[in-house]
Design a protein around this ligand. Structure first.
Ligand code: SAH
Length: 383
């Protein structure tokens, strides 16, 4: 890695969330491009990575851990691979409004004499604060993650927070009594508003709940999904699979141009949101199934379904072998593969290109400036 530039962020060393802090932005893009070319160049020429004009404050989802130091509340990030909190009030990749709300929550909590949860002593109350903001809709959700028990002066606290930040549209309390890496626990209680926010993306409206996955960089998500739509080359006659569909975003965006769309997703809350999103947007030619994408595709293949285009957007681990096998059996004309991990993408492309498909396009998109992550969208055609 290049060491010419000093990190711009004062927390860089302790936080280590942004691995490419020591490169200026153009250099980061060249670094990511080279990485994708190295991993995927053997399949096809790699188009130039699409970067951001302003690569700062892009994150629409911000979370902070709460603790105490010297009798005062602190909030920030965990120092890499420890449970020690590094106090951070402003982060260069996070939404500024979300950051300022977290600072307000800390100040209010201090004045309400609220204690932070101490995992060793198993005492205290406030554990984390999570804020999600719709950059287009302007809606803001605040999730206060707490231990069990009474919320001290709950109503006054909520009113004071709304008084300082009238832009907040919903406040949720989430109770997490476990000692895991998962931020959110099972139980939630809506303290104000609807308990979710809505956001617009590619002219459609989507519900974002506390737990469901939603892309964290809304500017580049628009770019990424537009590429996926372009690669799918739909003319209204195709049956499309949206695999690993989350809350149905890609499938709903494509539905206008497809005969029908079938979405499949493992997380049942996400499927619920996906169905809600379809109805909200008046989309009638889409169905969602809650299932393992691999098993679902195997069943489709066994039933000899006619599928024209498969869109897949798996987690970092990539697609399962069962999934890829079934894609090959279903033999769609095109596969559009959206990937957040070029390593597993290379593995999956290598399999699928040995089984009757050719890579036609590879487009990297910088969804996560200053971090080492790189997203790609890839088009495959049946030979
Ligand atoms: N396409 C969506 C979500 C992509 S994230 C979007 O762009 O918003 C990947 C999704 O895959 C997550 O929602 C996760 O819950 C889901 N997932 C993980 N393993 C799965 C599996 N085995 N089968 C189906 N879905 C799975």
């Amino acid at each position: 890695m290049d060491n010419n530039n000093k990190p711009i962020c004062p927390y860089a060393k302790k936080c280590s969330g942004c691995q490419l802090q020591n490169m200026d932005y153009q250099r980061q893009l060249r670094f990511k491009q080279a990485q994708v070319v190295k991993l995927l160049g053997r399949f096809h020429r790699v188009a130039n990575i699409i970067g951001m004009d302003d690569p700062t404050h892009y994150r629409n989802k911000v979370q902070a851990a709460f603790g105490e130091r010297g009798g005062k509340l602190i909030s920030g990030v965990y120092q890499s691979s420890t449970h020690r909190i590094v106090p951070v009030d402003e982060c260069m990749i996070e939404d500024k409004i979300a950051d300022s709300i977290i600072v307000t929550v800390r100040k209010l909590a201090q004045s309400f004499k609220m204690r932070a949860y101490n995992p060793t002593a198993k005492r205290g109350f406030l554990r984390h604060v999570l804020v999600k903001r719709g950059f287009v809709s302007g809606q803001v959700m605040v999730v206060l993650v707490t231990a069990d028990g009474d919320f001290p002066s709950q109503r006054s606290f909520v009113n004071a927070l709304l008084g300082k930040h009238p832009e907040i549209t919903t406040i949720v309390r989430n109770i997490n009594i476990k000692h895991t890496n998962l931020l959110l626990g099972e139980r939630s209680q809506v303290l104000f508003g609807e308990g979710y926010i809505e956001e617009q993306l590619c002219q459609k409206t989507f519900r974002i709940s506390p737990k469901a996955f939603y892309q964290v960089n809304p500017y580049q998500t628009q770019v990424l999904y537009s590429k996926a739509v372009e690669f799918a080359q739909l003319d209204g006659s195709q049956t499309v699979i949206d695999a690993y569909c989350g809350t149905g975003t890609i499938g709903i965006i494509m539905s206008d141009k497809a005969k029908q769309v079938i979405g499949v997703e493992l997380n049942k809350d996400a499927v619920k949101d996906a169905k809600f999103n379809a109805a909200k947007n008046g989309v009638k030619n889409i169905r969602f199934y809650c299932a393992d994408a691999g098993e679902f595709m195997r069943e489709l293949a066994e039933e000899n379904e006619q599928i024209d285009v498969v869109v897949t957007d798996p987690p970092r681990a990539g697609c399962s072998r069962e999934f890829l096998d079934s894609v090959v059996k279903l033999s769609p004309k095109r596969v559009v593969y959206v990937s957040c991990n070029p390593v597993t993408l290379a593995r999956d492309l290598s399999y699928i290109t040995r089984h009757g498909y050719k890579v036609k396009k590879i487009q990297p998109v910088d969804m996560f400036p200053f971090t080492e992550h790189v997203e790609c969208v890839c088009l495959l055609s049946r030979k």
